[in-house]
Design a protein around this ligand. Structure first.
Ligand code: PLP
Length: 359
């Protein structure tokens, strides 16, 4: 079975097999890793190694801290303003899709966000204005954007270059580790784990050191970046099993050639899938090429009355979770790191065959 779920998403089969083997007797302890104390030496080793591997994979500079948190992406929609606003009352929020807009809604509880509407169209296709056209506000505490809109299938792949004064923050939930990025261009990067990292329940935050220590007094301690940092992400009990599993995924990624190799494969997978969509009158994707997501590929059938049959038959063929998000409709194939090229080949073979039979 190939699982195209947008999240929680497919995990690498090798990782699941290893976790299964270790489940009841981890490191000959006669117990599972999720049953041991997060404060014991054995788990601390797991935690530290996962953090180190994550830093290696993303080339995270030494002046950044990595936090392993609870609360998901939505938790960070609150944590970000609570930690980074300082004494400022506004922040710039770029709106290019569903999740960026959701971050704005939450930010309104803590400040008056200045929304930069970056949505546009190119030849009738949905697109995002280039960063050079984003009009930033003087006195904004930070700039926030979402480089991969999981629902809309829209990506912003440009590297931010707004100068040292602008604290760039970004929701990398559905694109982290899928392509190389320059972490030094960001003040804060955060990502829920359940797409490219591991199981739900874990959220990773990468924060530049000089941004610590500014949290609002109202910030819950479990969301306070400084408190988490001072306690090595163990202020409260962390999601230990998810942390361990994320560690296995990081090792798997390293073995596979790291982020550069993932980027190559992700590019190949996306080209294959968009190619089949573009070369048919039967399927369509309405995002401009420059902003197409390599992780989440929404597509519509020209005849939407065939949607349920498509879903039924694809499921029977072992291609699961292709139903599009209710906001967009149609289909969506999420093709994160764990989805092998063969999965996308199987999907495109099915799509061609379905078109032949029903087109
Ligand atoms: N941001 C992005 C880009 C997402 O795709 C999602 C969930 O799919 C979220 C935030 C919300 O994440 P969570 O459910 O972990 O709060």
């Amino acid at each position: 079975v190939f699982n195209f779920s947008s999240g929680p998403a497919m995990l690498p089969a090798d990782v699941l097999k290893q976790a299964q083997q270790e489940l009841c007797d981890w490191h000959d302890l006669g117990t599972s890793v999720m049953e041991i104390s997060h404060r014991g030496k054995a788990f601390i080793e797991v935690a530290e190694e996962a953090e180190k591997d994550f830093c290696d994979l993303l080339n995270i500079p030494s002046n950044y801290k990595v936090l392993f948190c609870h609360g998901g992406g939505r938790g960070q929609f609150s944590a970000l303003p609570l930690n980074i606003l300082g004494d400022k009352t506004t922040a710039d929020y770029v709106d290019a899709g569903y999740w960026a807009a959701s971050a704005v809604k939450e930010a309104k509880k803590y400040c008056t966000p200045h929304v930069i509407d970056a949505k546009t169209t190119v030849d009738g296709l949905r697109a995002v204005k280039p960063m050079s056209e984003w009009k930033l506000t003087d006195g904004a505490a930070y700039l926030h954007y979402c480089p991969n809109e999981t629902i809309d299938g829209i990506a912003i792949d440009e590297t931010p270059n707004f100068g040292d004064e602008v604290v760039v923050t970004a929701d990398f939930s559905s694109t982290i580790l899928s392509r190389q990025i320059d972490v030094s261009r960001y003040g804060v990067i955060y990502a829920g784990a359940q797409k490219n990292i591991g199981p739900a329940g874990l959220t990773l935050v990468i924060v530049r050191e000089d941004l610590l220590g500014k949290a609002s007094v109202a910030c819950p301690s479990i969301l306070d970046y400084s408190v988490l940092n001072e306690n090595d992400s163990m202020f409260n009990t962390p999601p230990t099993f998810a942390w361990y599993l994320a560690g296995l995924v990081f090792k798997w990624l390293k073995q596979k050639g790291g982020v550069p190799q993932m980027e190559r494969i992700n590019q190949q997978k996306a080209e294959l899938l968009y190619g089949v969509i573009d070369n048919s009158g039967f399927y369509r994707n309405d995002v401009a090429k420059a902003n197409r997501s390599r992780m989440n590929v929404p597509f519509q059938l020209a005849d939407s009355s065939l949607d349920s049959l498509f879903l039924e038959e694809s499921f029977a063929a072992g291609l699961h979770a292709l139903k599009g998000h209710r906001v967009v409709g149609g289909m969506r194939a999420s093709i994160y790191n764990a989805m092998p090229l063969e999965g996308v080949q199987a999907l495109t073979d099915f799509m061609r065959d379905f078109e032949r039979r029903h087109g």
